[in-house]
Design a protein around this ligand. Sequence first.
Ligand code: BYC
Length: 470
Amino acid sequence: MPIDYTERIPNNVSLSEDRRLQRALESWQPRFLQWWSDMGPTLPTQDVYLRTAVTVGREGWANFGRVRLPEYRWGIFLAERNPDRRIAFGQHRGEPVWQQVPGEHRASLQRLIVVQGDTEPASVEQQRRLGQTAPSLYDLRNLFQVNVEEGRHLWAMVYLLHAYFGRAGRDEAEALLLRHSGSEDSPRILGAFNEETPDWLSFFMFTYFTDRDGKYQLGTLKESAFDPLSRTCEFMLKEEAHHMFVGTTGVDRVVERTAQLMREHDTDDIAAFGGIPLEVIQKYLNFHYTVSLDLFGGETSTNVANYFASGLKGRWQEERRDDDHQLTNAVSAVERPDGGRIVAVELPALTTLNHDLRTQYISDCETGITRWNRILASHGIGGPGLRLPHVGFSRHVGAFAGSHVTPDGQVVDEAAWEAGRGRWLPTADDKAHVRSLMRPVYEPGKIAAWVAPPRNGINGQPFDYEYVRF
Ligand code: BYC
């Protein structure tokens, strides 16, 4: 089904055939636009070179053009329906997938959709001021691309709430616009989405580590027996790939510039030369990685066991797994602190699925570490390079919450941990230095001195293309 752009709300779900739903969503639309104007990007622009989804098929699904930001066509796009699709896991394995929400799973499904939906506008709120300090027009355009698509992902979840959850769903859709990142009274639901994204190093780390959690969570919801959720997530994952590209190449370019300055001045201490020291990059990495690990929930969770058994949330690449997809008797080892040591305990695999997903995520994160260390090596910088800290380091959710674990996995007492904090996590001075470098560069083809230019522009355009006009 092609996307209908003649409608007030672009969609490929035949919205005009359901007048009630259409009216409900059309009354949510102005509230969304008001939220975008109040909580979205603060930098005024004339237009931005953006991609917009035009079909949901594999090839050529988006087109690029200059768009005035508030006029971006946010809409409802679900991947094609597979009429033969069957549930791939859990107690209902082999049965046809659901086109409606079974009454007994209503509350859990709604909860999962609300948690997912809540993260999308949260990230736009976190990033709203970054436009004021963009290192280049290319980066500014990427920021806005990420922001409009996170706004669209909110639409994706709001559609499900309106279409399948009645009155309660409409109330939840309303509430998604009322909670705000970092708010004292009504914060966003998950921890990482109440942290600040005050500078571009944080933005690149966020799009590398936190958007990657999004990839994995969406990947598990794509397996859901509730087919509309599955199809929604499938298309969101397509858009999500660019967000992670922004993170991966963003950190690449910071590391590249840092390495150049280290060679040029033959010192690690490149702050005085307008760069971000490697040690500071490592501290930002530690922070964003650990708050993203918290997003996976506890290592053991009865919630996740129930989600899996009942078919609501699968595993990453469920159908490629070589097991019974029910895990009735399977066990899995999970690490946890025990006195001064970290021990592995065997538990029913069903209860450790958050840990399973987190393990997949961690090995994906390692690919970034490898590529950044390769960049360092290409400049002749050896040594330990960058690394992921131990899973127990600086955790606030799960088995390690409340323990004091160093980045290399030593369990220490609180005083020792506090004494190390400034070496492991960004200090006020580190943040002040990074912020001092954040000066906007809005001239086409120019770039700030703390980051290397990208290898390629967007959609075949050169780096010096006027990606944003004021
Ligand atoms: N902060 O049983 P547990 C993205 C709550 S990112 C605060 O271990 P469960 C994106 C938990 O809700 C992906 N609270 O948790 C990225 C539960 O509360 P209730 C977002 C937390 O249910 C960048 C209680 O603690 N999508 O898309 O097994 C830009 C017990 O925990 C946190 C999803 O997360 C936390 N960090 O798993 C834009 C997918 N962690 O229910 C977008 C949907 C846990 O007892 N969500 N809690 O009141 C889920 O699958 C699960 O809810 C979670 C938690 C994985 C989050």
